[in-house]
Ligand binder design. Sequence first.
Ligand code: HQG
Length: 185
Amino acid sequence: MNNKNNITTVRSKFLSLVLRHSPQTIGLKLDDAGWAQTQELLSCLARSRRSMSLSELQAVVAADNKQRFAFSEDGSRIRANQGHSIAVELALTPRQPPAELYHGTATRFLDAIFQQGLTRQNRHHVHLSASVEVASTVGRRHGKLALLRVDAARMAADGHVFYCSDNGVWLVDAVPVGYLAKITT
Ligand code: HQG
């Protein structure tokens, strides 16, 4: 990773922290839908010795490999597209999921998952992916990869509501055990 990418990654991680989990760290306030005023974010960052210019912030948003952040249309506000632990109402619209979705996790969680199903832990939803590749990357963050297939078609037919975030992550309240199958990797 070159130096410029490195700085962008550090900035992106810090933005995730303040826009998803802990805006108070820099004295920032988010509205009910998770939006921060862009100018206020820049001022709070500057006061916390995390200064960046508007164009540097725009570069972080544009360069983010998962489109974690979005500006409002006029650019006056910014928010995280998903992944919050604090209460926000993202006003997501229910969507019909693809027939199958995938979840990557670590092998050490499997016993609990096959007892309780997938539960949302600290986040607002269980996160699912339309691709095995993305699910594998997500799972490896936690340890030795275990890949799960979710029977999304049957879940939806049974009345479970799915949402898709602006950056293409599928979200659901929980996945009961009966819809899960382990994929041999
Ligand atoms: C596991 C990243 C025990 C679950 C990614 C996961 C994603 C259980 C971990 C986003 C369980 C939670 C979310 C149960 C679930 N017992 N363990 N009953 N149910 N788990 O990080 O899905 O980089 O909160 O399998 O791309 O790994 O942040 O969720 O291993 O979209 O933008 O508990 O985070 O995006 O871990 O990742 P996480 P996740 P960002």
